[in-house]
Write a protein that binds this ligand. Structure first.
Ligand SMILES: [Fe+2]
Ligand SMILES: [Fe+2]
Length: 225
């Protein structure tokens, strides 16, 4: 799916121009996977400065040997992007990776399944971190609801999600169909309801409380995790 740009063997000064050329050649909605040998933070800063609101940045692997990130040219350029749009897009993206993982696991392609599940797990862990460290504190500050509001419930559910992520990973690595299938069912049950509550309540409320500048900051910080 899409192209891969591996810059690990390129001389450093050629890397950024090559990456931006590849990005510019994308049609809206297309993406490529960048493979690098270090964390590409300076690159992300450059994207945020030069292509604000135009791209998606979704890490698939974060070291220690390789860093892989999917860089997408968005179909629409939205400068004042809503938090709902950003986080909901990530839910959908993660659902897509999970569906591929399910297919691979069901057909016994355990090597593929393990790669896909690690991408899913990394993505969901980053997503949860962005919620807990960036979005929820803003929501709590604006509403004054801490231990008695929706973020409290979401954080409890995140704990369960983390446990199932670990169980499914170990099941996948052990090529244990029964363990994977038990984990899949449990995780999907929690996530369906969890994501729905976030998409219908928490994200839209956060959008209504946050200023344009705060929304932009949340998204930029979340990309940097
Ligand atoms: Fe969440
Ligand atoms: Fe979420």
């Amino acid at each position: 799916m899409g192209q891969i740009l591996d810059v690990r063997n390129m001389v450093p000064k050629d890397r950024h121009p090559r990456i931006f050329d590849t990005y510019k050649e994308l049609n809206p909605g297309e993406s490529f996977v960048l493979i690098n040998d270090h964390e590409p933070k300076p690159l992300l800063y450059q994207f945020q400065n030069e292509h604000d609101g135009e791209f998606e940045w979704w890490p698939l692997e974060q070291g220690p040997q390789a860093w892989r990130v999917r860089i997408e040219k968005r179909t629409e350029i939205v400068r004042d992007r809503s938090l709902t749009d950003y986080f909901q897009t990530d839910h959908k993206r993660l659902d897509g990776i999970f569906a591929k993982f399910e297919d691979s696991a069901e057909s016994g392609s355990w090597g593929e399944a393990a790669i896909e599940f690690r991408e899913f797990r990394l993505g969901l862990k980053r997503h949860i971190k962005a919620e807990e460290e960036i979005l929820f504190p803003l929501f709590e500050e604006k509403t004054g609801m801490h231990d008695n509001g929706p973020t409290f419930v979401m954080k409890m559910e995140h704990k369960e999600i983390h446990e199932w992520l670990d169980k499914i990973l170990s099941g996948t690595e052990a090529e244990n169909s029964a363990q994977v299938s038990e984990g899949k069912t449990a995780l999907m049950n929690i996530l369906a309801d969890h994501n729905m509550k976030e998409e219908h309540i928490l994200y839209p409320e956060s959008d209504s409380f946050a200023t344009d500048a705060e929304r932009a900051q949340v998204i930029k910080k979340a990309q940097l995790l």
